[in-house]
Ligand binder design. Sequence first.
Ligand SMILES: Cc1ccc2cc(C(N)=O)cc(O)c2n1
Length: 323
Amino acid sequence: PAAISQQLDELRAVINQHNYRYYAMDDPSVPDAEYDRLMRQLQAIEADYPEAVNPESPTQRVGAEPLEGFQQIQHEVPMLSLDNVFNSEELLDFDRRITERLGSDTPFRLVCEPKLDGAAVSLLYRHGKLERGATRGDGAVGEDITHNVRTIKSIPLRLMGEGYPDVIEVRGEIYMPKKGFDELNERARANDEKTFVNPRNAAAGSLRMLDARITAERPLEMCCYSVGLVEGGDLPAGHYAILEQLQQWGFRINSEMRVVDNVQGCLEYHDYLLAKRSSLPYDIDGIVYKVDDLELQQELGFTAKGPRWAIAHKFPAEEEITK
Ligand SMILES: Cc1ccc2cc(C(N)=O)cc(O)c2n1
C-alpha cells in the first residue's frame, strides 16, 4: 500500500540520518533508546510487509546464509601500499625529493593522518548504493567481502546528501577499537575460545568470515582515507577537501587528520601524535603524509614502491603490554 511504503521511506530516512550523525559525525542526534525504538518500529512494519523491504533499509545489514567461499575482485585502480620512513632524517629526504621534482618555487601542503592498524577495504558505490566491498589482497586482486562490510555501521549502505559521482570507490581502513578488542578477548577466554593477538588480526579475521552473522557481532569500525575509481562526476582538487566531501556523503574520517604547510608541520604533528598514541582508542602503527594538491600528486606520479606524493612514517612497535 502506498501509505505504508511512504511511512517506511520516511522512517528509513530518519534512521539513516541518525546513523550519519552518530557514525560519520560522531555527534548523535538522539539518545540510543530513541534510536532503538525507531529501529524496532521499522522492523515491525517490514515484518508485516516483507515485500516492501529493500536492500538499503537500515534493517538489512546482516545477511542470512553463510557463503560457500569468497569471490575474487579485480581492483580496476590498483590499491597501492605506501613506502615507509622510520625517522625524521628519512622524512626530510622524502620532502627533499618532492621539492627537487616540483621545483623549490612550488610550495605544497601536506595532509597528516594516523596510520590505523587494521585491514584495508575497497567499497564501490553505484548511484549512491553500496554495490560491493573487497579486501586489498595483493593490490590487484582482492576478495569480495560485501556481506561482511554491510554489517559495519560506520559504512553507509546508501550515500547521504547528493552530488556524488555515478560510480565512486571509497577506500579506507577497517579497525577494531582497543576497548572492543579487549571485550572480545574477555568473552573468548570466558568461552574457552581462541583469543586474538592484536586488534589488526582481530579486524582482518572478522572480515574473512563466511558467516556475516559472526562479523556482525564484532566491534568493527571504518575510517576512509582515499578514493579509487570515479565515473560520472568529479571531486574537489585537494585530498583533504575530498575527505571532507566523503564525510558529507556519510563516511567517517579520522578526527586527528590535519593539513600542514610544509614538512616542519609534519615533524610537529609526529611529536604531537606520538605523545598521544597510547591514549587513542585505536591502534596506530605510524602516520601517513600525503601531498594535498591533486595536480601535484599527478605530476609526482608513482614508483614501484608506491606514490611519490605519500609516505608512511612508522612508529616503533608498541611494547606488547601483557595482560
Ligand atoms: C594510499 C594509501 C594506502 C594505504 C593507506 C593506509 C592508511 C591507514 N592504514 O590508515 C591510510 C592511508 O591514507 C593510506 N593511503
